[in-house]
Design a protein around this ligand. Structure first.
Ligand code: C5P
Length: 226
């Protein structure tokens, strides 16, 4: 499979809980690429914001904090990246409700985004990367050879996220999950800088009635076609 591949960079964008991580990690595994979920870097920074006691609304403090933060990414054997902040592996701590609530607030700040974009581009230089996020096709890697934008209805995404949370033993109601998801979508779509939207040359895949394997197979076919 690897021999036929054209694009060394695949941009995978879409809203909250559309399946970017599941699709991206399986896709990367099949293609022998590394998967980088850029939501992790925004979450990792938010983890530091919380740890430092800085308000996520305080732009000045966020700018100082992001400049003073050292990010590092280490691929696992499975091709998924672990995120290190100032030398500490924080990858397993990034799905907490506190981070979930604040991450889109910190992600609105221009200087924070600039720092994140530069980290993401450094990483993309290695090639053979599937990079997932909100602005990968539009801002981070507009030169990516293949750009995919995943969609699914808000209700379906809330259902998927609710299931995922229940599996992890977190028991939020479906209504709460739906309300949080709508709020984060709203912030991601309407922010002034790098809002969530498909790149003009992105291929849109509605995942609503497709299995994970079907979505990944579709993208593999696109990646292999001239
Ligand atoms: O994808 P995930 O839900 O982990 O992303 C967390 C948050 O990080 C998003 O809601 C968004 O505010 C921000 N984000 C972003 N740009 C990206 C990836 C994530 O603004 N490329």
């Amino acid at each position: 499979m690897e021999g036929n591949l054209k694009p060394p960079l695949i941009a995978l964008d879409g809203p909250v809980a559309v399946g970017k991580s599941s699709v991206g990690s399986l896709l990367a595994k099949k293609l022998g690429y590394v998967f980088f979920d850029t939501g992790m870097i925004y979450r990792a920074f938010t983890w530091k914001v919380l740890k430092s006691g800085v308000s996520a609304e305080d732009k000045g403090k966020l700018c100082e904090l992001v400049t003073a933060t050292e990010f590092n990414f280490v691929p696992s054997k499975e091709g998924v990246l672990s995120v290190f902040i100032d030398g500490e592996d924080v990858s397993s701590r990034l799905l907490s409700p506190e981070i979930e609530r604040l991450v889109a607030v910190a992600a609105k700040v221009a200087e924070v985004r600039q720092a994140m974009v530069s980290e993401q581009r450094k990483l993309a230089q290695r090639g053979k990367v599937v990079m997932a996020g909100r602005d990968i096709g539009t801002v981070v890697l507009p030169w990516a050879e293949l750009k995919i934008f995943l969609t699914a209805s808000t209700e379906e995404r809330a259902r998927r996220r609710h299931l995922e949370l229940s599996r992890r033993g977190e028991n939020s109601s479906l209504e709460t999950v739906l309300a949080d998801l709508k709020k984060r979508d709203e912030m991601d779509i309407n922010r002034a800088i790098s809002p969530l939207k498909p790149a003009e040359d992105a291929i849109i895949i509605n995942t609503e009635n497709l299995s994970l394997e079907q979505v990944v197979d579709k993208i593999c076919t696109l990646a292999a076609s001239p």
